[in-house]
Design a binder for this molecule. Structure first.
Ligand code: GLN
Length: 304
């Protein structure tokens, strides 16, 4: 199969969608991103890789970091992580508060904001320097030492993060946050502000595609059971209230972020990252979702 040709065709096919989405502007710093950016990087576990567009340009990975945070937490703490966060799809927007009160401060899953805030709280207890340790982890699994947080994006989000503050306070009232709420929020915003390119993301997510083994250092970070469970949560919860739609149209485990990035993978075969900043109404990249739908249709690669 001519993968480069497939990616080039996809880029042409989604062109009409690229300016139709809406760049996330609730974080003012993200509103400055050029909506016409578009990139794809496909990394196959046999070593081949293919790319089109702005695949080398770093962007704000936002909620994609939630998967990497979970990998780090599970790798260190094991399955007890799931005592404080559930693994059910929420069917609600990523920053929703409604289920939290009914469910006594236990978030539906680690890939909505509430769940990632609880994971942040766990990482604060489990690591001496969680921000630096997170960056070291992401650099080690991807093999890219130039991955950084963007302090301007983190500060911009902190200044208007009223919903996240409400979520973390509500969970604190139920006893599911142990640390100071301001410190949990600050660290969560640092994690969300990490910047990576499609190429770097595709390399990092080989960790999942490769059953828990990093591509850069060949180290086994996750056991088979840990890998299987994280992949299952990506499949069922990676796209908030559009997780069913992504499974239906694309058929791969994946994760999106409001920076317009999406990563998806087929275990033992490949990982792929797409970036297009314009979002649909559910906060997922409009052209990115379409690109992956065309990709799995043309290649006939999916978990099904
Ligand atoms: N940092 C963003 C927030 O907390 C992440 C949301 C996202 O990417 N869906 O709102």
């Amino acid at each position: 199969m001519d993968y480069h040709r497939i990616l080039t065709d996809i880029q042409a096919d989604v062109l009409p969608l690229i300016n139709k989405g809406k760049v996330a502007d609730y974080i003012p710093q993200l509103a400055k991103v050029d909506p016409s950016r578009f990139g794809i990087h496909l990394h196959m576990l046999d070593g081949q890789s293919f790319a089109v567009g702005h695949s080398e340009e770093q962007f704000s990975i936002q909620s994609i970091s939630k998967v990497l945070m979970l990998c780090m937490a599970v790798g260190k703490l094991g399955q007890k992580v799931y005592r404080r966060v559930d693994v059910e799809p929420s069917g609600d927007p990523f920053n929703s508060l409604v289920q939290l009160e009914y469910e006594q401060g236990i978030p539906r899953n680690p890939f909505i904001n509430a769940g990632a805030l609880v994971i942040t709280d766990m990482l604060m207890d489990a690591f001496d320097h969680p921000k630096q340790d997170f960056l070291d982890f992401v650099r080690a699994i991807s093999g890219h030492s130039d991955i950084q947080c963007n302090p301007e994006v983190a500060l911009s989000e902190k200044r208007c993060g009223f919903k996240n503050a409400a979520i973390v306070n509500l969970m604190k009232s139920f006893g599911n946050i142990r640390n100071d709420v301001e410190q949990v929020l600050d660290l969560y915003y640092d994690f969300c502000s990490v910047e990576m390119s499609c190429r770097q993301l595709a390399h990092a997510f080989c960790l999942i595609a490769n059953h828990g083994r990093g591509i850069a250092d060949d180290r086994k970070y996750l056991t088979e059971s840990q890998f299987k469970r994280i992949t299952a949560i990506m499949m069922t919860c990676g796209f908030y209230d559009e997780a069913g739609e992504f499974a239906f149209r694309v058929g791969l485990p994946g994760k999106s972020g409001v920076g317009g990035g999406i990563v998806a993978l087929l275990p033992q075969k490949f990982s792929i990252a797409v970036w297009s900043p314009g979002l649909n109404a559910k906060g997922n990249s409009l052209a990115g979702m379409k690109a992956l739908e065309i990709f799995t249709t043309k290649t006939e690669w999916s978990v099904f």
